[in-house]
Design a protein around this ligand. Structure first.
Ligand SMILES: *Cc1c(COP(=O)(O)O)cnc(C)c1O
Length: 373
């Protein structure tokens, strides 16, 4: 059998390995100077204060909590997203309201969202699907008009720019994920970014079980013994090991970005020569793609198709099974999600990671065309 082409994977060099070794030798694995440095470097890139946590989901949860969102509140979110967006909302006690997406970019549809507004709606969580952000200005206008907080789920979009500004450098609150396969990884991890000082301070405390000002202590290799707790907190802080990996990945980010962008451009160029497989129009000079998704109108049985591809050594994925079809969230859906219900069955995610070669991509495209015959 031919070499397996993985759907996604971490891309690790000697830089990350040495960084981890360095932290291990110092024998300070918890939250300390490495996390502080990682936050500083992210702040420099995004030009706003950053709070690092142990996952993107934790970042979303803390952002919502810091906005005071909880029981009795509703948050608009596209149904096509990782279940993490939904779980972060329900974790606060608020209700996640599944919204429809635009057919052309799989981004939350504002006309549809408008119909789902109620007196309880407190926030909207757009998801930057595959690194694309859609019309963010329109989204912010919509939020302003309806007095909503915006928590951007930018888990896919680290490095993407919108109107010459990098995602995370503007807007209300932006949350990134650094899990193993994202645009940069820290092993596991995430962060939230905002100019809102209250959100920053409350998230800093909440990541360390609500212990007030413990972050500052940890950064000077101490901890609080004599402290107060006023609000619910969590064990969401990032470890020095994870931060060290993240710092190394940041150093390599330009290269990792180019590799992802070039691979998507190459996929696009190959798919343009046929008409069975529809690509999503993206500008890969401005976006950093996390996944490469295609739409296959004639797809009859995706599971069968995926099985055939795996026999040819090609791993594929599905982004995403709609959340409004999950037992936990289906009762939150008042009106039909027409585009979502139609489109999700046609989506297929093809292998993409920084180490994929042109030959791999050719093999993926040829194999897919062959099994679709
Ligand atoms: C990865 C991801 C998250 C959550 O990030 P974790 O670090 O895995 O918790 C949230 N939303 C989307 C769309 C994601 O892909």
């Amino acid at each position: 059998m031919k070499k397996l082409i993985r759907l996604s994977k971490s891309c690790i060099s000697n830089l990350e390995k040495k960084a981890v070794e360095r932290v291990l030798s110092k024998e300070h694995l918890g939250m300390g100077d490495e996390v502080q440095v990682f936050e500083k470097k992210l702040k420099k890139m995004l030009n706003r204060p950053v709070v690092c946590v142990n996952s993107g989901t934790a970042a979303l949860h803390l952002a919502l909590q810091a906005c005071g969102i909880g029981a009795g509140d509703e948050v608009l979110v596209p149904s096509i997203t990782y279940v993490s967006s939904f779980q972060s909302i329900s974790a606060t006690g608020a209700k996640a309201i599944p919204c429809d997406v635009n057919e052309n970019n799989l981004i939350i549809n504002l006309k549809d969202s408008e119909k789902r507004l109620t007196k309880k709606t407190k926030a909207i969580m757009p998801v930057h699907f595959s690194g694309s952000v859609g019309e963010l200005d329109e989204l912010y206008k919509f939020a302003k008009k309806n007095n909503l907080r915006v928590i951007e789920d930018a888990a896919h979009a680290f490095g993407t720019t919108y109107k010459k500004k990098v995602i995370g450098s503007f807007g209300d609150i932006t949350c990134f994920s650094f899990d193993g396969i994202k645009n940069i990884t820290s092993g596991e991890g995430g962060c939230l970014v905002t100019n809102d000082k209250k959100i920053i301070q409350s998230s800093k405390d909440a990541r360390l079980l609500g212990v007030i000002n413990d972050t500052e202590k940890r950064f000077s290799a101490q901890r609080s013994w004599d402290f107060d707790v006023k609000r619910q907190g969590w064990r969401y802080h990032m470890s020095n090991i994870n931060a060290a990996i993240g710092i190394a990945q940041l150093k390599r980010f330009k290269l990792l970005t180019k590799q992802r962008q070039n691979s998507c451009k190459y996929y696009d160029s190959l798919f343009k020569k046929q008409n069975k497989i529809m690509i999503f129009k993206r500008n890969y000079d401005l976006e950093v793609p996390h996944i490469y998704v295609v739409k296959i109108n004639k797809m009859k049985n995706r599971n069968n198709l995926r099985k055939k591809l795996i026999k040819l050594g090609i791993q594929t994925g599905v982004h995403y099974f709609p959340n409004h079809k999950l037992s936990k969230y289906k009762l939150n859906t008042r009106k039909k999600l027409k585009v979502t219900d139609k489109i999700y069955k046609k989506l297929l995610t093809l292998p993409l990671h920084p180490d994929i070669s042109k030959n791999d991509i050719k093999r993926v495209v040829n194999s897919l065309s062959k099994v679709l015959l």
